[in-house]
Design a protein around this ligand. Structure first.
Ligand code: 2M8
Length: 415
């Protein structure tokens, strides 16, 4: 199993693992499949793929004991996992690996086809869970219960919702991340971590039972970016199903993809043109300009809106901002007063995210922009640090070094 990063994240993370398996596939198809299998066998009986599969290595906070998922009936008993999820990029990885294996042929092809065949039911259960259990209001949007589920942990998208999270008493913390990452400014604050832990406690108080979580958790927001990723994942699952002669699955996944795409389009603000999240507890839209504002670039679904979102993200307030040394999408606009060029999800550009965006662009035929962002990201990575994220104004790596998915996307681009 490849850890998300050797020191900062010594376990397997869900969406990291998908990207990492794509990188591995260029070296060994069987190795790539083992990586995904390690994650998939941790899938809960509800369909949820957990956001962390813990290794035995200590040195990450919050570790498995803090998560307290050991007695959750839905969790396979022989693995230790967290109790929440992350964006569903896995079908994209299965399909990409299959494509690479088909090109290689022989035993690699046979192994990848077998794996894809056995993965189909897992992917269907996963996507189904997201669009049913996690869409209790029938909005065609996936609800999240923790900023970590978005993968964009401390994005300003979640600030207002977190401000409403009451922490009744200080929660003991033994943060490991700030010891590993030299620059404290790169990471979330203690105040943010207290809220992260409070939400975990609330979910643990009902043993991570989906039927009860909605009533106890102080964070319920529909995540437009995650929903956009789901639309793509369902498309890719439908493609896989067709290749493998499972038309029944293909139809269902196409229908889910359409729903997710409709959901994303329903979030476009008539005033700002940006995609918004919806805070279910507060009953209001959250229209904070971040990279997720341009989610239609990922989901597609309306050519005019797609073109608007593309224009916005390449424009002078975002990737084309004059202060940027690299013309890459920052996670928050440099014009925004909250822009922090090296603070995690509050401004830096993330190589893996650029890969995901270029993959979505290329799939839609926009090879020119995909190539521009690929080349600029590879130039950024020329320092050999394989940073978790980069300051887009200076090109300096930030957060963890030797971040696995950063290396994986570089391999996929140059192989
Ligand atoms: C970051 O999140 C973890 C919690 O899940 C952390 O900060 O401890 C995020 O960037 C997330 O998207 C990523 O999957 C994870 C591992 O790279 O790190």
């Amino acid at each position: 199993m490849v850890t998300a990063a050797p020191k900062l994240y010594p376990h397997q993370w869900s969406w990291d693992a998908a990207l990492i398996s794509i990188g591995l596939a260029h070296m060994s198809i069987p190795r790539a499949l083992r990586e995904l299998e390690n994650l998939f066998r941790a899938q809960w009986s509800t369909g949820m793929i957990p956001h962390i599969v813990f290794s035995d290595v200590p040195g990450y906070f919050p570790g498995p004991d803090v998560w307290s998922t050991d007695t959750v009936p839905a969790k396979p008993h022989d693995v230790r996992t967290s109790g929440i999820c992350q964006p569903p990029v896995h079908a994209i990885a299965v399909a990409r690996i299959l494509d690479l294996a088909v090109a290689k042929g022989g035993e690699d092809r046979r192994l990848a086809e077998d794996f894809a065949r056995t993965s189909l039911d897992r992917l269907v259960a996963w996507h189904q869970w997201l669009m049913t259990v996690r869409d209790p209001s029938g909005l065609d949007l996936v609800e999240i219960h923790h900023g970590w589920e978005s993968g964009m942990d401390n994005s300003p998208r979640w600030d207002e919702a977190y401000a409403n999270v009451v922490v009744p008493e200080p929660i003991p913390m033994a943060r490991h991340d700030i010891k590993v990452v030299g620059n404290i400014e790169d990471r979330p604050t203690d105040r943010e971590y207290q809220r992260y832990l409070q939400l975990m406690r609330e979910m643990a108080s009902v043993n991570f039972d989906d039927a009860q979580i909605n009533d106890v958790v102080q964070f319920r927001i529909t995540d437009v970016f995650l929903t956009a990723v789901l639309a793509l994942a369902c498309d890719e699952t439908a493609r896989l199903a067709e290749l493998l002669g499972r038309e029944d699955v293909a139809d269902g996944q196409r229908a889910l993809a359409d729903r997710a795409r409709r959901g994303v389009l329903s979030c476009v603000s008539p005033d700002t043109g940006r995609c918004r999240d919806f805070d279910v507890r507060a009953g209001q839209w959250v229209d904070v300009p971040t990279i997720a504002s341009w989610s239609v670039l990922v989901s597609g679904g309306d050519d005019a809106v797609w073109a608007d979102h593309r224009a916005a993200l390449v424009g002078e307030h975002w990737a084309g901002h004059p202060s940027l040394r690299f013309p890459l999408p920052p996670t928050v606009s440099p014009d925004d007063p909250g822009f922090r060029p090296r603070t995690y999800w509050r401004g830096p550009t993330w190589p893996f995210l650029n890969w995901l965006l270029t993959w979505a662009l290329a799939r839609r035929g926009d090879r020119a922009l995909a190539a521009t962002w690929r080349d600029a990201t590879l130039e950024l990575l020329g320092d050999g640090a394989f940073g978790e994220y980069y300051d887009p104004q200076t090109g300096q790596p930030a957060g963890s070094h030797d971040q696995s998915w950063t290396a994986a996307v570089a391999i996929d681009w140059i192989a």
